[in-house]
Structures are given as C-alpha cells and as structure tokens.
Write a protein that binds this ligand. Structure first.
Ligand code: FMN
Length: 259
C-alpha cells in the first residue's frame, strides 16, 4: 500500500465564471493555510478548463460537498470537461456575489474566493485565495472526505460474472453486465461505450474471449481502461496506479481489448 493513500482529503466543487461561461471541477486540494488572515489554497491541473477560467479572472468559488451527496455531482463535475460539456444542465444552482454559479444539491456551503497569488507547480497551479463571501446551505451535514467517497459513494468496479439465468450482455470494453433485453441506444453506465461494445454473455463465454489483451500484444502496447471514468492507460500497469482523471486506484482498471 502506498503511504500517500493515508493522507486525508475533502472533496469540493471548484467553480469559475468567465464572461458568460459557468464551469467547475471536483478537487480534493482545498486547504486552509492560515486563519488570521484567512488564506486558502487550491491546486488545479493546467489541463482543466476551470484552471484557465480562474487564471483569466482571478476569482473562484469553492463548494464543500456533503456526505449526503450522490455520485452524480462527482461524475458531473469531476469526470468530464467544461471544454466540451455544459456541466450545469439539470443542476439546481445559485449565483454567488462574485458571479460564480454554485451547485446546491449535496453542498454544505461555499466560499467566494479572490486569487492573490499563484505558484507554478509544473502540471498544476496552486492558487492562493482569500474568501470574500460565504454561505451555508446544510449546516448540520458532515463534509465529504475522499475516504468516505471511496467507501460509500463511488460505484464498485464492474463485475465480469453474472449469477442466475436469463438474457444478459457484457460490455467488452469494461466488463459491465447488462441484464435483460438490450436497447439499440444503450450507453454503458461505466465506460460510456454504445451498443456495438455489447455481446451476449453466453456467446462471449463460449468463444472463450477474455477481457485480457491478445497474447501478441507486447507489454509496452497493453492498454487498461479505468472503469469509473474511461481513462486509458498504455503499458504495464503498476499496482499503485492512481487514475489521473478520477483518482481511482488499480481496482478500477481492467484490460482494454485491442483490435
Ligand atoms: C475525486 C476527484 C478528485 C479530483 N481532484 C482534483 C484536484 O484536486 N485538482 C484537479 O486539478 N483536478 C482534480 N480532479 C479532476 C477534475 O475534477 C477533472 O479533470 C475535471 O473533469 C476537470 O473539468 P474541467 O476541464 O471542466 O475543469 C478530481 C476528480 C475527482 C473525481
């Protein structure tokens, strides 16, 4: 086990607002550095859409997620990018004083933040922030920690076995089993591939196909897919891998079949 796994974090939605665009991403890097004056830091990947919006505007808001939140908020804000998606579709939200749009469901409260400084960390930027406003939504709730999320909120990786009889289909990408008749417009709830990725489970077993890469694949060409967010890792997979997108560990990865 990697000792880094024993560091405790909370989970937050870091929100940005630039011109008419609203966006946000999940972070686990909000920290209080000093209490007088109040100084907080957030560390954001330079590839995130939220990163550039904060860099350009010098403001952000940070919402504290509750233990009562569902996987939807993590998936919606943490496993897709505002570069291609409007993350607020269907999300109940309220505009903060600084213009940022705060999701409400599953959120304990939020800080509006003004960025006073930043540290270039190579892949990430650490923003030094000062709260300019704050509001509580769910004062009695417990804040969501990364560990609580891992144990109680994150879906378990797909199983490759199904018990019982009856019609069933397997997603050949991630191993998710769909029970019952299959629809043409099915989208795998784990890896988001469509109908073409599914084959009947009994035929799959008969052909002795496996989810492992074909034998002729060299180790350097092996591919593994994160069954939570769809990220693909190429090459031999280390036991202590952490998905760079959703931060799940080795247990979330299954071999990704090669053509
Ligand atoms: C549990 C979890 C924790 C995350 N923590 C961080 C983080 O601390 N910093 C970061 O830059 N991205 C983090 N991410 C990844 C971003 O939320 C993710 O890449 C997001 O899709 C970026 O969206 P954007 O491009 O719209 O900004 C985390 C994701 C998850 C699921």
């Amino acid at each position: 086990m990697n000792l880094l796994f024993k560091i405790s974090y909370g989970l937050y939605v870091l929100v940005a607002h630039e011109d008419k665009k609203d966006n946000g991403c999940i972070i686990n890097t909000l920290m209080q550095q000093t209490s007088n004056p109040e100084v907080l830091t957030v560390t954001v990947n330079k590839l995130n859409c939220t990163h550039d919006m904060i860099l350009n505007t010098g403001i952000a808001s940070c919402a504290i997620i509750s233990e009562r939140a569902t996987f939807d908020i993590i998936k919606g804000f943490g496993m897709r990018s505002g570069k291609t998606e409007n993350k607020y579709e269907g999300i109940k939200s309220r505009r903060a004083k600084n213009g940022c749009l705060i999701p409400i469901d599953g959120v304990i409260g939020y800080f509006d933040l003004k960025i006073s400084n930043k540290i270039d960390m190579g892949t990430h930027t650490q923003f030094i922030c000062h709260p300019t406003d704050r509001e509580f939504f769910l004062e009695e709730d417990e804040p969501l920690t990364y560990s609580y999320y891992q144990k109680h909120i994150k879906p378990k990786p797909a199983q490759t076995k199904v018990d019982g009889e009856g019609e069933a289909y397997i997603c050949t990408i991630c191993g998710y089993i769909h029970k019952g008749p299959i629809q043409d417009d099915i989208i795998c709830p784990i890896c988001k591939h469509g109908r073409e990725a599914f084959v009947p489970l009994n035929e799959y077993k008969k052909d002795e196909k496996t989810l492992s890469p074909k034998k002729e694949t060299s180790p350097a060409e092996e591919k593994y897919i994160c069954t939570v967010c769809g990220y693909i890792h190429t090459g031999p997979i280390p036991d202590d891998i952490i998905c760079p997108v959703c931060k799940h560990g080795r247990e979330a990865f299954v071999p990704y079949p090669q053509e």
